[in-house]
Design a protein around this ligand. Sequence first.
Ligand SMILES: [Zn+2]
Length: 225
Amino acid sequence: MTHWGYEGPQAPEHWGSLDPAFSVCSTGREQSPIDLTGAEREALSEIGFEYAPSPICIQNNGHSIQVDYQAGSGIVLDGTRYGLVQFHFHHRSEHSVDGADFPLELHLVHEDAEGALAVVGVFLEEGRANEALAPVWRRLPAEAGPAALVAGMVDANALLPERRTTWRYRGSLTTPPCSEGVSWLMMTEPVTASREQIEAFGALFPVNNRPVQPLNGRRLVTDAG
Ligand SMILES: [Zn+2]
């Protein structure tokens, strides 16, 4: 696979020309992330979270720390079930809120039976240590390599904020090949991570966030008051 990154000749502004398979990164009109601002308020369907704890299959894939989630967990969105495939993190956040970013952003990646993706995004702000992250953070692989099963369990439920209000829009993968048709569900309430937790991730990935992309007339909606 074509090498890509966040700095120099492989930085996000060049992704679209690094490989023909990445062209939508530059030609796409529904790209992610975006600045979350000016959302229309409306009543949104409830997201059914059906998460169970999972063994920790962790990988430094060279672009982020990814935890592959045991099959069986997922969400139900507007009558469609999406299985939770994996979660990973960006430093700093990829989405912003009225132009302001956060130290970290969590992406819980879900896929339905047809291969359509729905990503639940959670901002992490500096504060109390995040106990749900601790079992993963204990074993952050410093070097890129294959996925490995490590001791302990992780509970995706505990990674979510208490309030489940969201911003929603149609977007894309934020990494090559930047494929569109992704349902984005960004939690409006952040969770916390300690300064030490943020710094531990930042030491491994000083920059792994794509800049915000134009909305291009897409609808951005929220049920947050
Ligand atoms: Zn991501």
